[in-house]
Write a protein that binds this ligand. Structure first.
Ligand code: AMP
Length: 190
């Protein structure tokens, strides 16, 4: 299996790049943010629980997102591989993911980390907020909170995967096509 953690702060372009990669490599896209927004749209208990946390720009509890990922992995045992987008976001999530994949006799192949500086991220997210309709894109202090959550709780995962010799850092500034080419080169060289 080809299992990719597409990593980076909010606004780094993970969603856009995931769409291009799933088509090229026939992978399943697993975005915990998209799944949670789907639960909110359905009005499920999980969605109701997550909405206020997400609107503040805080992280949803680990056990909630880990359970979501586990059930999707178990339903897709025949997949060629997965792109994890927005997951894992904490060390506990990364450890659980390693254990879940090991139970399925597979593992993370690589972490592709998109690097973009904080000011550029804020600019991109405020711009996206004009059309995304997302409460967490609409307000600069919530955006700053999301970036802060990333820097404190999520960025340390680069070291987690670096220790496993799986980290590849990619400059996340440039055109969509340029960044996509760099990601494909990194995957094809594996
Ligand atoms: P995203 O679409 O990835 O930017 O995620 C939007 C929001 O969903 C985040 O700000 C969190 O509140 C929540 N979320 C998404 N993925 C996770 C995760 N792996 N762990 C905790 N919270 C998450």
């Amino acid at each position: 299996m080809l299992n990719i953690v597409l990593f980076g702060p909010p606004g780094a372009g993970k969603g856009t790049q995931s769409q291009l990669l799933i088509d090229k490599y026939s992978l399943i896209h697993l975005s915990t943010g998209d799944i949670l927004r789907g639960e909110i749209a359905k009005g499920s208990d999980l969605g109701l629980q997550a909405k206020s946390i997400m609107d503040r720009g805080d992280l949803v509890p680990d056990d909630v997102v880990i359970k979501m990922i586990q059930s999707i992995l178990e339903y897709n045992l025949e997949a060629k591989g997965f792109i994890f987008d927005g997951f894992p976001r904490t060390t506990a999530q990364a450890e659980s993911l390693d254990n879940m994949l090991a139970d399925l006799n597979t593992a993370i192949t690589t972490m592709l980390s998109l690097d973009v500086d904080d000011d550029e991220l804020t600019k991109r997210l405020l711009e996206r907020g004009k059309s995304s309709g997302r409460a967490d894109d609409a307000n600069e202090s919530i955006i700053r909170n999301r970036i802060n959550e990333y820097n404190t709780k999520t960025a340390p995962l680069k070291e987690y995967y670096n220790k496993q010799h799986k980290l590849q850092s990619i400059e996340g500034v440039g055109s969509i096509e340029e960044i996509n080419t760099k990601l494909c080169v990194a995957i094809d060289n594996l």
